[in-house]
Design a protein around this ligand. Sequence first.
Ligand code: 5GP
Ligand code: MN
Length: 331
Amino acid sequence: MTQDQSKKTEIMDPRIPSLIEKAERALIVTHISPDGDAIGSLLGLGWALRALGKHSVLACADPVPQPFHFLPGHQEIVREPEGTFDLVIGLDASDPQRLGSPWQQAEGLDAPKIVIDHHVTNLHFGDINWVDTTAAATAEMIYELVQALDVPMNVDIAQCLLCGVVTDTRGFRTSNTTPRSLAIATRLMEAGADLNLVTEQALNRKPLAVLRLWGMALPRMQMRGRILWSTVTRQMREETGVNDNGDGGLVNVLVSANEADVAVVFTEREDNRVEVGMRAKPGFDVSQVALSLGGGGHPQAAGCVIKGSLEEVQELVLSALEESLRRQGGE
Ligand code: 5GP
Ligand code: MN
């Protein structure tokens, strides 16, 4: 399997809409630790299949995070899908592990597996892979698929897809935001999607506990060359009452420092693993380091989960990033 670092548009395989039209019971799976694009794309496609009169099961191994509970249909997402399926679709994930147990269980089924994704690190692990790395969000691709299926846009599909586009572009601010992102968002708003609701629910709000956690992590920031990094320990999460894994988006704050080309946050998990969130300023690329460490992502936002202590993982990742930045001419 080869990896192409350059972004490329891939035309939708015409077998995708035709397999969906033929399917009687489809399983659609999105990634673990789901974000707004994962949930928005899953629900958007789910609503489109419902409009076609099809029964589909929507699955995610992890619960739907509270910020996405405003999306219509989120209660219908299951963690352990049951029964049999004649089509399986994986969304917004570059490797099969990231799709978790629902995908792994479906791997044994005699049903075509379709992968729809926009990550440069995608491993093309489906029977049919549609990987458009110029899409700012998988939700942009689902918008195109909804059109190919001749499903009239409705407010439910629109609200879910707008959530995907807005969250993956962090409010149209990331470097992968394109005229297409804006054109799709316009059409979704015209169909009744509420941009302000998405922005308020999914971008502007955080539990106070997360801000307290940031308050503990910010003084721990360190610079290594032009890499700004910090850590979130289990104890810090226990003290602040932040139950989710992850840093609550702290790494996005760190990368805003003028002095940093790259930012990293290491979050200690319960299972002797460390979650690594990485961000890069435009012109730098963290996706390939994430891929080499078993994770994936985009040039400007990537991550992985690595077994080991905080100290071990910090050293491994920071030295890999230093080496990569040296090759990218950043030092
Ligand atoms: P975040 O730091 O927000 O969790 O993730 C940033 C980006 O990296 C997202 O696009 C996400 O898909 C990707 N990413 C984060 N962790 C992993 C991982 O463990 N595996 C893969 N394949 N991608 C990841
Ligand atoms: Mn995405």
